[in-house]
Ligand binder design. Structure first.
Ligand code: NAP
Ligand code: F7E
Length: 367
């Protein structure tokens, strides 16, 4: 039985990867952070299961990383922990650098200092954000990097330090340069999830309008569940190499939005340009027809925005046998919208129960 350590196990990818590795018969260890509120929603169903273990560690704290690595002595480490929000990295650039750049170094050093350099394979969660202000479309493993946010600059350090440790110490450490991947577990402030949640709320009368930033931004969006398989494949490869993981298909934020709303029975027509662009309901429920449901707010513009990401997964397909077309863009949108429609319906039912209970208490029907 192999032992894997996942940093960032509470995140979108960490939770899918934990399920995937447990399915492969791994002993899975994950790192979590102390928080005053429960943030373990994505892994709650795994807690208490055999072969699943959690440890406190923070990527900003070398001692905690050393401790967990020396205790677990993993065969594989998946370093997924990061401050992963690009817009937030403009507000917290130093924290982002500490966790997303120096944090990677801390993991590599912990492995070396624990005497595991020759036995432990390391996957680093790198990103298409490295291409930033793109110099080539589509992007592959040889495309020059041009990071365009504090997040991307920090991740670029992570990419290079992994390469350095591979060459200097002959360690099996690799970066997966993953393009955007989404799911029903995506954080609610990333654009796809913000859209699917809003579409579900608007369709069920719980929200009036959705405010977005740059609607013309282009992304190569895949399904997170498919991408975690690739992380594992990268570590099973005969040689340590970096891989671009993407679908090879590109869409705009506007297209994602159109499709998500269409899936809940609302057809949008986008009118106007830039800050004046609006998404108006042209067909759907009576009360919504003619209403502006999507507006642009400059609050969601970034000081520098990456606007043309499009990955070329040829190498991953050829060398890892990975299928980039497993889940289509349309299927991804449907998975996310269906999950959010169900979530909002449950929230609405909860609201109704609370309203009824308040009324019964007031009338003395229940005490
Ligand atoms: P996510 O949902 O934001 O999860 C990030 C994880 O990192 C969470 O478990 C978080 O823990 C943990 N974390 C944050 N700061 C930490 C710290 N100081 N110490 C320890 N843990 C910390 O991100 P994701 O979408 O799953 O992405 C996983 C990784 O892939 C990240 O490194 C991200 O930058 C990278 N990536 C993501 C994408 C994508 O499209 N999803 C694409 C390319 C690369 P808490 O729950 O405690 O906050
Ligand atoms: O933005 C535009 C925004 O925040 C996508 C992370 O997982 O993928 C993710 O980073 C695009 C950008 O993801 C809104 O300007 C418009 O151009 O969903 P996002 P991201 O920045 O691409 C990469 C690969 C990672 O590595 C990161 O960890 O959408 N956009 N309107 C908006 N974005 C947000 N968040 N909110 C809006 O209202």
């Amino acid at each position: 039985m192999k032992t894997a350590l996942i940093t960032g196990i509470t995140g979108q990818d960490g939770s899918f990867l934990a399920e995937f590795l447990l399915g492969k018969g791994y002993e899975v260890h994950g790192t979590i952070r102390r928080s005053s509120v429960d943030y373990r929603e994505r892994i709650a169903h795994l807690e208490g299961k055999p072969h699943f273990h959690l440890h406190y560690a923070d990527l900003g704290d070398s001692m905690s990383i050393m401790q967990v690595v020396s205790k677990v002595r993993p065969d594989e480490i998946y370093n997924l922990a990061a401050q992963s929000h690009v817009q937030v990295s403009f507000d917290s650039p130093e924290f982002t650098a500490d966790v997303d750049a120096t944090g990677v170094l801390r993991v590599l050093e912990a492995v070396r200092l624990c005497g595991l350099a020759k036995t432990c394979r390391i996957y680093q969660a790198s990103t298409s954000e490295l291409y930033g202000k793109v110099e080539e479309v589509p992007q592959n493993e040889n495309t020059p990097f041009h990071p365009y946010s504090p997040y991307a600059v920090a991740k670029l350090y992570g990419y290079w330090i992994v390469k350095e440790y591979r060459e200097a110490y002959d360690m099996f450490c690799c970066s997966g340069i993953l393009f955007n991947h989404e799911s029903e577990r995506r954080g609610e402030t990333f654009v796809t999830r913000k859209i699917t949640l809003a579409a579900a709320r608007i369709a069920q009368g719980k929200q009036e309008k959705l405010y977005l930033g740059n609607l013309s931004s282009l992304r190569d969006w895949g399904y997170a569940k498919d991408y975690v398989e690739c992380m594992w494949l990268i570590l099973q490869h005969k040689t340590p190499e970096d891989f671009v993981i993407a679908t090879g298909v590109q869409h705009s934020v506007r297209e994602f939005c159109y499709l998500a709303f269409k899936h809940v029975g609302i057809e949008l027509e986008f009118k106007g340009e830039g800050e004046d662009e609006k998404g108006v309901c042209v067909s759907g429920p009576d009360g919504l027809i003619g209403k502006t449901l999507v507006e642009v707010s400059p609050d969601f513009y970034r000081p520098t925005d990456v606007v043309n990401l499009w990955g070329d997964p040829t190498k991953a397909k050829a060398e890892l046998g990975w299928d980039p077309a497993k889940t289509s863009f349309e299927q991804l949108v449907k998975i996310m919208v269906d999950a959010d429609m169900a979530k909002v319906a449950v929230e609405k039912a909860g609201d109704q129960i609370r309203t009824n209970l308040a009324e019964y208490l007031e009338k003395g029907i229940v005490k």
